[in-house]
Ligand binder design. Structure first.
Ligand code: SAH
Ligand code: TMP
Ligand code: ZN
Length: 408
């Protein structure tokens, strides 16, 4: 039995994803014997509706000077964050004397849009290697973990913020009360805190269980985020669905009573209640769907192996670590994973130890099937590869929301 990280009530487990390694812990052969694993179970809190991991590695094991995820690997995401930044500039009428803080700015993919407009800014990014990339773009970055203490220091050094923004970071942080304390202190009276993360509603509907990995402590919903905000004298004033990362939600939060609340909030909460996100049953049903996907994908990969077909994978995503380790996918099923991120090249995938090769070699690999691990970037990738796949009669294998072979 575990206590909820938000409200301390008992959390009820609804899926056990087995022993899992660090999702971004790409490694070399000599490191296999010391590889770290933890038991990855996910639970639901009936009181505050928060979905959460029951156990998690220490943050320093995940976010450090060799962090493997560089945000700017996706052109689509660059465009998405440019639009995110513009919407904040409009919403808060930002100018040169304004101050914006981004939590988890990574290589600067979003905050660079404020820097380019000479808007006062601070990026907070604990993983030093990616923070260095942001610094090299002229962005003001501090390489630390955001928390209540950091927020206090930022207030004394820079003053309070007109906007605090964050994408795909909040759901990574177990010490949420320290974060929200910090937000409460750092945000101006009329400031907004806008963040987005993969959305529990999409995850349940698409059975996209691979959004769960060591770094993702929480799967948020408007219901659970509203509960959390209220505990800190804040409130959700807008909730806007996004198509990124297989379905995300953007939450806008303000000091209680300071801003008008959009009708979207009540509307989304209604949708969530209809989906059943206020009780554990919807999550148990999700688990049943995931087990069907597991059986179907393994059966397909076993069949292809028996037929002597060559299967490779596309995108050494963090999500693929959950898939390979929970399903038991080995190099016998999938010979290589191709990826554009240099730090992952010529290493092995965490746990499953499938070799990762540079993207450039994909076009020479001549497979029969390609398992799309980066399914959240499906549109961008399928468009890019359409000719190569067509000319060579190669098929995609997709497993979200169900297992399918796709002819191009
Ligand atoms: N915002 C980027 C990066 C997401 S990856 C994007 O959407 O692409 C998550 C990032 O959060 C990592 O770069 C990690 O170092 C950072 N992070 C983790 N804990 C943090 C904390 N407490 N404060 C600030 N950043 C944090
Ligand atoms: P993400 O799912 O966490 O965003 O990670 C995407 C991974 O997929 C990252 O390692 C880069 C890789 N990738 C490619 O190899 N090719 C592509 O076209 C895209 C968009 C991503
Ligand atoms: Zn709770």
């Amino acid at each position: 039995m575990k206590n909820c990280l938000i409200c301390n009530s008992d959390v009820k487990t609804f899926i056990d994803l087995g022993q899992q390694p660090i999702a971004n812990g790409f490694l070399l052969e000599p490191q296999f014997k010391n590889e770290y694993f933890f038991k990855m179970e996910v639970g639901f809190c009936p009181k505050c509706k928060m979905v959460q991991l029951l156990e998690q590695p220490d943050r320093e094991q995940m976010f450090h000077e060799n962090y493997a995820f560089f945000s700017s690997t996706s052109n689509y995401m660059k465009e998405h964050f440019k639009n995110f930044a513009s919407s904040i500039i409009d919403l808060q009428s930002l100018n040169k004397s304004s101050f914006v803080v981004e939590i988890g700015c990574n290589d600067g993919i979003m905050i660079q849009n404020f820097k380019e407009k000479n808007i006062g800014h601070l990026g907070v990014e604990p993983s030093r290697n990616v923070a260095e990339v942001a610094k090299s773009k002229g962005i003001n970055v501090t390489s630390e973990f955001f928390d209540s203490k950091l927020a206090e220091n930022a207030v004394s050094k820079y003053g309070k913020a007109d906007a605090i923004i964050s994408a795909n970071v909040m759901c990574h942080i177990p010490y949420m009360h320290s974060i929200f304390d910090g937000i409460e202190k750092l945000l101006k009276d009329d400031g907004v805190f806008v963040f987005e993360d993969p959305y529990a509603g999409d995850i349940v509907q698409k059975a996209s269980f691979d959004q769960v990995y060591d770094e993702h402590t929480f799967l948020f919903s408007v219901l659970s985020v509203s509960h959390l905000a209220q505990m800190h004298n804040l409130e959700v004033i807008n909730a806007q669905p996004q198509i990124t990362h297989g379905g995300s939600m953007r939450y806008t939060i303000a000091h209680k009573g300071k801003k008008e609340i959009s009708k979207n909030v009540a509307k989304q909460i209604e949708i969530e209640k209809n989906l059943g996100l206020d009780s554990i049953a919807a999550y148990q049903e999700f688990t049943n769907k995931v087990l069907v996907v597991k059986n179907d994908l393994i059966a397909l990969l076993e069949k292809l192996k028996y037929e002597g077909k060559k299967v490779v994978a596309y995108g050494a995503t963090s999500k693929s670590t959950t898939v390979t380790n929970f399903f038991g996918i080995t190099p016998e099923h999938v010979s290589f994973i191709y990826d554009t991120t240099p730090t992952k090249h010529n290493k092995f995938s965490p746990g499953a130890h499938i070799p990762v090769l540079p993207y450039e070699e994909f076009r020479k690999s001549n497979p029969d099937y390609v398992l799309l691990f980066a399914w959240n970037h499906a549109k961008e990738i399928m468009e890019k590869e359409i000719e190569y796949m067509k000319d060579n009669g190669i098929k995609w294998i997709i497993y979200v929301p169900d297992v399918r072979v796709v002819d191009v």
